[in-house]
Ligand binder design. Structure first.
Ligand code: AMP
Length: 283
């Protein structure tokens, strides 16, 4: 595995691979890698010849009140994990490389970014889309892989790529979980043992939603109530939202179908957790 931190080095490497006729796969991350990130690499490798992974903790997507300064980092460990999983090029730019002084342009998403996560984290998705736009432009991959874990992010990136006619295939890979159901996240380390136990109500609630759908429930209102009940009964978790939505625009639906998404966000102490399922697929 090669590691580069500069834009000219990244571009030269990618141009060379393209000249050799290779398909390039791309997995953008903020590092502190876990099995969820590495499953995206596996998916990218199945669909391309050489996989680029970026590790960049993007300051633009953190509000001043959020955890940018304490966001977990371990580049040495990440390097070893990425190499062992077959990443061909690791791109590790610093902030000055991605956002040189004087920069003044942002990608501004539409109404889809105002709801759910966007309502709780104003400006977050403009930061995400700006960095993803830059990274896609730098790497120019044939295929880019994102996680279902951040489903609104994936939907907004898909929208951006369609709206701006970029020639890249997007793949959304299923959420990787701990054996007890907790979705893997770089932020799970913030949870003490008691909070971690409480956080399991999230995946339990989604599993209950899937069971109820599989048993024939078709009312979105009923599923929302069920998810809220499981979360509230658990105690110690505060739901920010429970979204029962279509997969394309994330608009609320009334009647459930296989592709309906149930997405939840909740707080455990200071930590925010998000999770979701596609009803026809389950947890
Ligand atoms: P992050 O480093 O949190 O920005 O995440 C980088 C990519 O990994 C995003 O596309 C996430 O959706 C994806 N990801 C994060 N957690 C998981 C998970 N548990 N399973 C699958 N993908 C994930």
């Amino acid at each position: 595995m090669l590691e580069v931190a500069s834009i000219p080095d990244l571009r030269a490497w990618a141009a060379e691979r393209r000249r050799a006729g290779q398909r390039i796969g791309f997995v953008p991350t903020m590092g502190f890698l876990h099995e969820g990130h590495l499953a995206l690499v596996d998916a990218a490798r199945r669909l391309s010849d050489s996989v680029v992974m970026s590790i960049f903790v993007n300051p633009l997507q953190f509000a001043p009140s959020e955890d940018l300064a304490r966001y977990p980092r371990d580049l040495r460990r990440d390097r070893a994990l990425a190499a062992s999983r077959g990443v061909a090029l690791l791109f590790t730019p610093d902030v000055a490389t991605m956002y040189p002084p004087g920069g003044d342009t942002r990608v501004v998403p539409g109404a889809m970014a105002e709801r759910w996560e966007g309502a709780v984290r104003p400006g977050h998705f403009a930061g995400v889309l700006t960095v993803v736009a830059k990274l896609l432009n730098l790497v120019q991959p044939d295929v880019a892989v994102f996680g279902q874990k951040d489903i609104q992010q994936a939907a907004l990136i898909r929208r951006m790529v369609r709206d701006l006619d970029w020639p890249v295939q997007l793949v959304v890979a299923p959420t990787v979980r701990e054996p007890d159901g907790l979705a893997l996240s770089s932020r799970n380390g913030y949870l003490d043992p008691a909070a971690r136990t409480r956080s399991l109500a999230l995946s339990r609630a989604l599993a209950a939603a899937h069971e109820s759908y599989a048993a024939g429930e078709r009312s979105a209102a009923a599923i929302e109530r069920l998810v809220r009940d499981v979360i509230e009964v658990s105690g110690g978790l505060t739901a920010d939202y429970i979204a029962v939505v279509d997969p394309d625009r994330l608009d609320p639906v009334d009647v459930l179908s296989d592709d309906t998404i149930v997405a939840v966000a909740a707080r455990v102490g200071q930590t925010r957790l998000i999770d979701n399922i596609i009803l026809g697929v389950g947890v």
